[in-house]
Design a protein around this ligand. Structure first.
Ligand SMILES: Nc1nc2c(c(=O)[nH]1)N[C@H]1C(S)=C(S)[C@@H](COP(=O)(O)OP(=O)(O)OC[C@H]3O[C@@H](n4cnc5c(=O)[nH]c(N)nc54)[C@H](O)[C@@H]3O)O[C@H]1N2
Ligand SMILES: Nc1nc2c(c(=O)[nH]1)N[C@H]1C(S)=C(S)[C@@H](COP(=O)(O)OP(=O)(O)OC[C@H]3O[C@@H](n4cnc5c(=O)[nH]c(N)nc54)[C@H](O)[C@@H]3O)O[C@H]1N2
Ligand code: SF4
Ligand code: SF4
Ligand code: SF4
Ligand SMILES: [Mo]
Length: 901
């Protein structure tokens, strides 16, 4: 029982509980106390003394933000003494503050300015001092620090260390004054600052600011609440719109980001919208000359309908295919798959999940019955005992989740990192299992072997909730710790210790990503992790589960919307006759019962002339699919390629028709983030040009190909989705606009959504153990190609860089490719850090720069796939996982030679 406390504030009797601060209690009762340095839970240092109050019987004043209430106290928040003290404090702060409100971008939004007005300060400040000025730091492209406006409140320092978990800001004293060592000066590129801007968000004055703020006056812009268009964390932010132009982004308190953003959301999510490179008109390519010319919408759409119609008639509907854009809203993806199914007449529809988390969708559906993240982000990063992070680099790929993991670790959560590379979080890990790439299945089987042998399995859970345990037990018998240590090239004791820690922890989520899925054994890797969680009963519970961090902002949604070859919306199977009949009735069309081709099978099929017409909606496979040479050959083999994108991408060059798409900032809709949370995307601007909504383009094509489809608004499309998809039955724009936050399954209008899956029973009834043996990666190093190459991403750029590449500051910070090589290997090859190196695989060669160190192990290398100076996918191997058809991006063999400069 928490102890009750009675107190009086400004004559009002209040009952509360012990342990709360005066400020909290006052606020709860509508009593205003001004603050300046205070930030709840983050900065409660009582430094600025603005929040002082009088307590009866005491001669000195108390800071309300960090004084706990006590029985019988009587507080005055507004007495003359308090007012005088606050005025004095403000004058002292302003004594060192260069009052230049007219030229300060924070004017109108500055806490200090507001308080100065509120406390009616005299025009002449008797404490004014002319102390030494420190230089401003303005070299950073996004952020600036003006010491003469700094009040030393330390909010920025606390946010960087306690919420962002980066700790690069420090307070320094010069004389009696506090300044911030802001990493925004000349050497900004070489600091550890991640440019997230969360420090600027909380600065109460104009001292530490995002430079974008200089482009507008607060109060003179429209704020449009929307969802970040990059990764699937699903951060909420406001687009600040001035005269139909987005000038800035400010974070919002969304359920997954809680006021934080990363550099891409904060600074990289709007320059591209108004980029002069945007496609503004339909373009038609002359196949003879390769030249594109502008065309009218009618001409382009007629041509598409005619060509696709001809192919369909001559070679059958299954010679057509369409890819959906996982960067675009649910409503767009739904209409794209409807176009492919109803107008093209085939199930050859897919999305980039194929090359990303298709192994998750297949693997978790087989074992648990639902291929989605089991628990919400907040639930697995707050108050858990241990996090097991497998093949996931959230500090770069899901930075706002990474920040929450850092916070958890700082609060004492244990961390096991399972990754071949020394990712930054590995430094803070209790155990870093630095396994050989491609050996996840052996690792998981080894963990299970130890857990069973040491009596750490949850027998009750296994008995009541699962099936197939005996088969699993049989197979993992062979995976003794010694054998696994050898396969994975790790330490036996470390493995045993990790198994014990994970099994014994009460709340312990597994969080994983592409280090698990992007292998020829990707689906088995995923199923091995769900085996592991089920053996210890850590699933269907708060703070536990098997949690794939989905990649693209709406890749969860693209899958949910049925942009999959075997599934209608909501994973209703195309092989289920009852389901097909339901959709035939609703869509009033005869539908194919034959599961379609996976995206990764479409390219080989194009080379074989089995696929002849392809519609690519917002993907850049020339950059992002494995074995670039093969992709280009496939695209060139097509009879007709249509592309709908925002930019003239590398893939667009091969298209017969290019249609200009609309970006997330120009349309209404919803994205579903990695935790199955459906969130609104709102129109902020109109871009000049002959733009049409993507959904209208699909409707145009459907109508021209003979399938009558009325033009629908995004909210109407969502209503159609809800009417046909049981797990979306209760989701509507209306509910979301009313402020509800819904995670599917949400079967009806009164359902609150489902944060945690599989609580009572698994979506498939019993959880299935899938016994997976370890198989080697398809292409291992040999004498000719002696190094393993892994590929992945860096913080500052996103996939093929269509969007982040159009923010100059991001390119300045990180603008070209590199390959991580171990120091020992580099020494042997005579390569130094920064040298140009020629990288060759059985598919091709590129020239990149060596980054020498110990981030990768001996014999292993790693490079990002974003950069056009050395596309990693020239090198990668297009072999596929047999269940999900996902490519082995994470392991191929290369040789390295020193290149001429
Ligand atoms: N900044 C940025 N963020 C992004 C993206 C981006 O392009 N840029 N893309 C988004 C997309 S589409 C996705 S899918 C996600 C991906 O997010 P992540 O999967 O977290 O990112 P990756 O860098 O591809 O790979 C993650 C880790 O897998 C490790 N790894 C490689 N091989 C193995 C292995 O065999 N076993 C294990 N255990 N680990 C291995 C690598 O060392 C790497 O640290 O990121 C999303 N977020
Ligand atoms: N070597 C290697 N390769 C990889 C990976 C790896 O780890 N290693 N990861 C793979 C993964 S996980 C993924 S997800 C893929 C990603 O591969 P892609 O999906 O090809 O990459 P993006 O850069 O996200 O491309 C999205 C395109 O959509 C366009 N676009 C965005 N929004 C809209 C819209 O609303 N409408 C229209 N019409 N267009 C829009 C953008 O302009 C951009 O050109 O890459 C894969 N490739
Ligand atoms: S931008 Fe982010 S990482 Fe850099 S100092 Fe500010 S809070 Fe810290
Ligand atoms: S820079 Fe801003 S947040 Fe940081 S100490 Fe100075 S005034 Fe406070
Ligand atoms: S973490 Fe992902 S969703 Fe959040 S701001 Fe960064 S890129 Fe956007
Ligand atoms: Mo992805």
């Amino acid at each position: 029982m928490t102890e009750k406390v009675n107190l009086v504030i400004n004559g009002i009797n209040i009952e509360t509980v012990a342990g709360r601060t005066i400020l909290e209690v006052a606020k709860e009762h509508g009593i205003y106390i001004p603050t300046l340095c205070y930030l709840k839970d983050v900065n409660e240092i009582g430094a600025c003394r603005m929040c002082v109050v009088e307590v009866k019987g005491h001669s000195h004043l108390f800071p309300a933000c960090n004084t706990k209430v006590w029985q019988g106290m009587s507080v005055e928040t507004d007495s003359e003494k308090v007012k005088l003290s606050r005025q004095f404090v403000l004058q002292l702060i302003l004594a060192h503050h260069t009052v230049r409100c007219l030229s300060c971008c924070k004017s109108g939004d500055c806490d200090l300015q507001k308080l100065a007005t509120e406390f009616e300060l005299p025009t002449v400040n008797p404490y004014s001092s002319d102390d030494a000025k420190l230089p401003s730091k303005t070299d950073n492209p996004f952020l600036a620090y003006y010491p003469e406006l700094c009040i030393g409140c330390q909010r920025c320092v606390s946010v960087c260390s306690r919420r962002v978990g980066n700790g690069v800001l420090n307070a320094s004293k010069i004389g009696t004054r506090t300044f911030i060592d802001a990493p925004f000066g000349q050497d900004w590129k070489n600091t550890e600052c991640e440019l997230c801007g969360n420090c600027a968000t909380v600065c109460p004055t104009g001292a530490l600011v995002a430079k974008n703020m200089g482009k507008y006056q607060t109060g003179n812009v429209n704020r449009v609440l929307t969802t970040c268009p990059h990764c699937a964390t699903g951060c909420q932010f406001y687009l600040m719109v001035k005269d139909n132009k987005i000038v800035d982004v400010q974070p919002a308190e969304g359920p997954s980001n809680r006021g934080l953003l990363c550099v891409k959301g904060r600074f990289g999510s709007f320059n591209f919208v108004n980029s002069p490179d945007r496609l503004k008109h339909p373009l038609i390519r002359n196949r003879e000359t390769g030249e594109f010319r502008e065309a009218s919408w009618d001409e382009a759409l007629d041509l598409i309908a005619m060509k696709f119609g001809e192919i369909k008639e001559r070679y059958g509907a299954d010679s057509l295919a369409g890819f959906a854009c996982s960067r675009s809203p649910n409503e767009d993806c739904y209409m794209l798959q409807k176009m492919v199914r109803c107008a093209f007449g085939t199930n050859n529809v897919d999305n980039c999940a194929r090359v990303c988390h298709s192994a998750t969708v297949a693997g978790l559906a087989m074992t648990l019955g639902s291929g989605a993240m089991t628990n919400p982000i907040g639930d697995i990063t707050n108050d858990v005992d241990l996090i097991m992070l497998v093949g996931s680099n959230p500090e770069e790929a899901h930075p706002v989740i990474g920040m929450q993991i850092r916070q958890a670790v700082a609060r004492g959560t244990h961390l096991i990192v399972v990754d071949p590379r020394k990712i930054r979080l590995a430094k803070d890990a209790d155990i870093h299992i630095r396994l050989k790439p491609g050996t996840n299945v052996a690792f998981a089987n080894g963990m299970i072997n130890i857990i069973i042998n040491e009596g750490l399995a949850d027998e009750k859970f296994i008995r009541e909730r699962t099936e197939g345990f005996e088969e699993l037990k049989e197979i993992v018998k062979d995976y003794t710790p010694e054998k696994v240590a050898e396969i994975c090239n790790i330490d036996v004791d470390q493995l045993c210790e990790a198994a014990r820690m994970y099994a014994k922890a009460k709340k312990a989520p597994i969080i994983y990503c592409l280090g698990v899925t992007e292998h020829s054994s990707g689906t088995e890797g995923v199923m091995s992790l769900s085996n592991l969680a089920m053996v210890v009963g850590k699933i269907g519970k708060s703070g536990c589960g098997v949690n794939p961090l989905r990649g693209q902002n709406n890749v969860q949604g693209a899958c949910d919307m049925g942009a999959l070859p075997g599934d209608f919306p909501g994973y209703q199977k195309v092989t289920n006759e009852r389901v097909v009949e339901k959709f035939e009735k609703a869509w009033n069309v005869k539908l194919s019962r034959k599961p379609g081709l996976h995206a990764t099978d479409v390219f080989p099929a194009a080379v074989r002339k089995e696929i002849r017409g392809l519609f690519i909606f917002g993907e850049d496979p020339v950059v992002s699919d494995p074995d670039q040479g093969h992709v280009i050959k496939a695209l060139e083999s097509l009879d007709f390629l249509v592309l709908c994108d925002l930019f003239m991408t590398k893939t667009a060059k091969y298209a017969d028709v290019i249609l200009p798409g609309t970006s997330y900032a120009e349309k209404e809709g919803t994205f579903s983030n990695t935790e199955r949370r459906v969130q609104r995307v709102r129109k902020a601007v109109t871009v000049e040009g002959e733009m049409r909504l993507d959904t209208d383009i699909f409707t145009d094509i459907m109508n021209r190909m003979g399938y009558p489809q009325p033009y629908l608004r995004a909210d109407e499309i969502m209503d159609e989705i809800a009417s046909l998809t049981p797990s979306f039955g209760g989701i509507s724009h209306k509910r979301l606009d009313a402020g509800e936050s819904l995670q599917w399954p949400c079967p009806d209008k009164n359902h609150p959504g489902t944060p945690i899956l599989h609580t009572e029973k698994f979506a498939r009834g019993l959880g299935l153990f899938y016994p997976a043996p370890y198989r080697e990666s398809m292409e291992l190093p040999d004498d000719d190609y002696p190094f393993i190459l892994m590929t992945g991403r860096v913080l500052y750029h996103y996939n093929a860089m269509a969007m982040t590449g159009r923010t100059p500051g991001l390119v300045e910070k990180s603008g070209s490719s590199f390959i991580e090589i171990n120091t020992e290997d580099a020494l042997r090859l005579g390569i130094s850090d920064g040298d140009s190196v020629k990288l060759t695989s059985r598919r091709g060669s590129v020239v990149s720069k060596a980054r020498v160190g110990d981030k990768v192990s001996v014999g292993e290398t790693w490079m990002p796939f974003h950069f056009s100076d050395a596309f990693a996918n020239v090198l990668t191997n297009a072999v596929l996982d047999k269940f999900a058809r996902i490519p082995e991006y994470k392991v191929c063999a290369i040789k390295i030679e020193k290149a001429e400069e």
